[in-house]
Every structure is written in C-alpha cells, then in structure tokens.
Design a protein. Sequence first.
Length: 427
Amino acid sequence: MIPSPDILFTNARLVDPASGLDAVGSLLVSRGVITDHGGSLGVPDGATVVDCGGAVLAPGLIDLRASLGEPGSEYRETIDSAAEAAAAGGITTLCALPDTVTPLDDPALLQFVWRRGEAGGSLSILPYGAATKGCAGKDLSEFGLLREAGAVAFTDGSRAIANARTMRLALSYSRAFGTFVVQHPEEPDLARGGVATEGEMASRMGLPGIPAAAEAMMVARDIALARITKGHVHFAHVSTGAALDLIRQAKDEGLRVTCDTAPPYFDLNETAIGDFRTYAKLSPPLRREEDRLAVVAALKDGTIDAIASDHQPRDADDKRLPFAQAEPGGAGLATLLGVTLSRVHGGDLTLPQALAYMTQKPAELLGLETGRLTRGAPADLVLFDLERGWKVEDGKLPGKAQNTPFDGRPLEGRVLGTWKAGRRVFG
C-alpha cells in the first residue's frame, strides 16, 4: 500500500478514552501513524488539512464480533460488502466469527480471511479460530496451528460449546496459548426449538419460547470451569440481568471472565417482535424490559467489557418467512455507533465511556495497538457529528445485508469520515 501523505485534522473534538483526552484541538498523521496532537499545530509542507468543524475525532471502532458470509454464503455478505458497511459505520478493525459455511478450523482458511481484509485496505479482519472442528462442538481444533495462523481467540460462533468436558479442555488449551474462549451463552437443550424469550409475549403470539434462564445456566457452568482451569472465558452478547449478576460476582472473585453485549440488548426489548417482525428475530432473542435495563446498568458500572455489532447478515428470503421459520440475526455494522450513542444522548453514559466500549476496551482484550489516539499509534480514525440525525432504513444501508432490527429507528450521531492507516476510506 502506498504510504498516505501527511494529514492535519483541525478544529476537532479529540476523544480518546485510553488516555483520557477530551479536548478541542488538532491531530497530525504522517505515513499512516499519529505523530502529534494538541491545541494548535502547524501545517507541514504538502499536508492535507481536514477541518473537522467541531465534530468528534476518535479512534476507529473495533468490532469484537461479526459474522461474514464469505466463505460459503456470499449471497448474504461478502468481505468487500462487509468492509463497505464497516467503513460507513466507523469500524476499522473487525473480529470475524468462524462458523461460516466453510468453518475456520484450518490455518489456510484463517489466512485467506485475513488477507482478503488486508487486500481491501479499509478494514483489518481478525479471524477467530473454530474451537471445535467444523464448529460441531465435539473434537477440539488444532489450537496451536490456528493461533500461529492468526486466530485472535477461539469460539464456535453462534453455537454454544455444550459439552462441559470439551469446554474445559478448550479453556485449558487457550490459556496455554495466551488467549481465550468466546462462548455463546445459551444452554442448547433448553433453547432447542424456541424462537422468542419465554413469557407472556411469546405465549400471546403463539411462539415457542426460550427460557431466559438458559443464558445464566451456561454462564454459571463456564464460570465454574474458568475457576477450575484458570482459563479466560468471554461471554458474547449477554442479554439478561441474571447472567450479568453472575459475571459481576466472578469478576469480584478475580476470575478471568469478560463479556460483551450488542446494541439490540440495550436499545430494544421483546416488544420489537410484535406483528411478527422477523428483522427483530435475533439470537439470543430480545428480552423483557427489566433485562434491557440490567444491560444498561452493567454498561454504567463496567461489568460489560465491550459493545460489539453482533452483525449477522441474512438474505431477504431468510427473513420473508413465518416468524418461527425465519433465520435469526440482524445486520449491525452501520448502526453500531449510532445506537450506542443513544445511551450518551439518554444520559446513561458519557461520550468517552461509550467510545471506550468500542475502542480502548476491545483493544486491550485483544492486545492491539489500535483503539487510541496516542503518538505512534496507527491512524485508524473515525470522524462523526454527535448531533446529526439520520434514520435507519432497510434497503438504504451500506453493504449487502439489510436485515436490521432498527429499521425505522431515528438516531443521532452520523459518521462523516473514516480513515484506515491514514487513508480515507469513507466520507
């Protein structure tokens, strides 16, 4: 890639949760790296000047969890279309789940996904390795070979590692290789056949339910396994207050337990599936209002470690089915920032707190150099107007996947530009 010229960003609200920076000033990028920032900087010879007009300039977002259609389901999403949506959403680094049609349980496949991301030049794709062969939950994958090939951690994606012995071994092996296991926290026998959270709403709609307790049961089991193995377990898209209480207690105990959530679980509740809206059919399913409030509270007190898009691309035909038969999942790349900022506008989080969940904290979890505005860091940047409004509309989102649970949702906070290693890739 040709080195980018010097860029001077002026008149920006610089927000960097990692260093505590929140001030109006300028930021200088040279050859793809942040070289300086301050109240007023001189313009180097030949530099491009970007007047930010008072908008927020922050580290590019790091998405801890997203599915890509490629390889195997390119009709849903390709790496290129996901990169387009990510750039429009201010995401510059994305962790790709391995449970594609061709699972990422082979080093060559991991390298393929990583190289495809690098070739596009706008998005770093960090693949997870499949925890078990074929993401089938039985035999462990070759952790050492996958880690050497670039696996950032291990998971079976949207499938729970149901067998306790297999999960115990996965935690032990991941610890040996200096990484962690990401679990989809749902007891599969309890969840089997269900399509909505068990309760009054599901009963009224005639839908088979999934007990909310299925999440807490798996969390409790894996916390016990983390205690035995001293391994690091990370729970994905946590959506219930009961599970968050267990995670909070485990952290107080000093166990290596972390978790993330996704925007639907702090912005929507189960009423969004009313009128059998299949775009709001997710996995885990949307919860009751008290669980949504518990997720917000866990963001406020720091129990949650990251906010991920939980991007699950689906073709229109996958959703144009009766609710029980429709595929679960929602597109989330383009809406990650905007929906998260709703917690800032609602007074639940400060702007630095909200951004930390998508920059500093996932970077620390993964051991990345990105996610900060410090000198010497890669110039992965997002510029956004905190107050500019827009409306989420199916069919008008960037990228191929349009199955958004936020269809029709008005948002405040619009991305104006995204830079990858100092090269403008959106805006």
